[in-house]
Write a protein that binds this ligand. Structure first.
Ligand code: DHK
Length: 155
């Protein structure tokens, strides 16, 4: 891993509405606030932080991350519960993927209990509001660092 690793933080549909959308579930912070938290938590790492409402665009970014990122934090939002195509894209990655949710889907409606992303994620952080993102960033960078140490040892 380079001195300044690159971390992709990708966000799925409706997360652009954070702060206004169901604040009792998702809180009052905006996506810009969450981005600032991620950048703070990432320290010297470069954070590429994006949001889209479009499944194909999210998949394009996952594919882009394969060549450019050392780790990925993903809040797939609703697509996590539905998208086999997103799962297939994630399966092509060799970098660590950390799934992240503001709410705790396991404590919500049944249809939110299944996550296609969890099948390929190194781990899941959920239920801590915007703090979930900070924890996910720390975990993703920690995993990337361990991975590069292991790779160094094998040469
Ligand atoms: C965000 C969403 O938009 C929902 O579709 C997921 C997730 C939960 C979150 O908690 O961040 O079910």
């Amino acid at each position: 891993m380079p001195d300044s690793p690159v971390l992709y933080v990708l966000n799925g549909p409706n997360l652009n509405l954070l702060g206004q959308r169901e604040p009792e579930v998702y809180g009052r912070e905006t996506l810009a606030d969450v981005q600032a938290r991620c950048e703070r938590a990432a320290g010297k790492a470069t954070v590429v932080f994006r949001q889209t409402n479009h499944e194909g665009e999210l998949i394009d970014w996952v594919q882009e991350a394969a060549g450019k990122a050392d780790a990925l934090v993903l809040n797939p939002a609703g697509y996590g519960h539905t998208s086999v195509a997103l799962l297939d894209a994630l399966r092509t990655l060799t970098i660590p993927v950390v799934e992240c949710h503001l709410s705790n889907p396991a404590a919500r409606e049944r249809f939110r209990h299944r996550s296609y992303v969890s099948a390929v994620a190194a781990g899941v952080v959920s239920g801590f509001g915007p703090l979930s993102y900070e924890l996910a960033v720390q975990a993703a960078l920690g995993l990337a660092q361990e991975r590069s140490r292991t790779a160094d040892r094998s040469v």
